[in-house]
Design a binder for this molecule. Structure first.
Ligand SMILES: [Zn+2]
Length: 137
């Protein structure tokens, strides 16, 4: 069997249900834990792109996500959807000017570092939403 590169986005698009979105909570089950367990059984290191934008709103859930991923030795990288930054912000970085993108990405990096203790090495824009402004950051 060939090698597998597993990646997954971890993000919340419903502030009323961060555990469902971020942990994959369904009843008593946490799909994040189940997926990590399956990867671990197969000795696969995944890359989980976690959206840290506005994550203070669900800090306890993000902390749980990071704890689970670290406990399985999974890689945590940076994902950004600007819609969680503040009310009225769009879903895609491409809908923002350079200085707005810079503010959001810098904020997300700061949160990433606070929760993980290290700097992100890889960035994935949400929903292919990147443009020249994003590349120039
Ligand atoms: Zn996404």
């Amino acid at each position: 069997m060939g090698k597998i590169l597993f990646t997954c986005d971890v993000e919340c698009h419903d502030p009323a249900r961060p555990e469902n979105w971020l942990l994959g909570k369904a009843g008593k089950e946490l799909w994040l834990d189940i997926v990590c367990g399956e990867l671990s059984k197969r000795n696969i290191e995944g890359i989980f792109f976690v959206d840290f934008v506005g994550c203070e709103k669900w800090a306890n859930t993000i902390a749980q996500v990071i704890q689970i991923l670290k406990s399985y030795g999974q890689r945590i990288e940076l994902h950004v959807h600007p819609s969680n930054f503040s009310a009225g912000y769009p879903r895609y970085l491409t809908e923002l000017k350079y200085d707005q993108q810079e503010q959001i990405i810098a904020s997300a990096i700061e949160s990433y570092m606070r929760f993980t203790g290290v700097s992100p090495q890889i960035f994935r824009a949400g929903a292919y939403g990147l443009d020249n402004n994003t590349y120039n950051y």
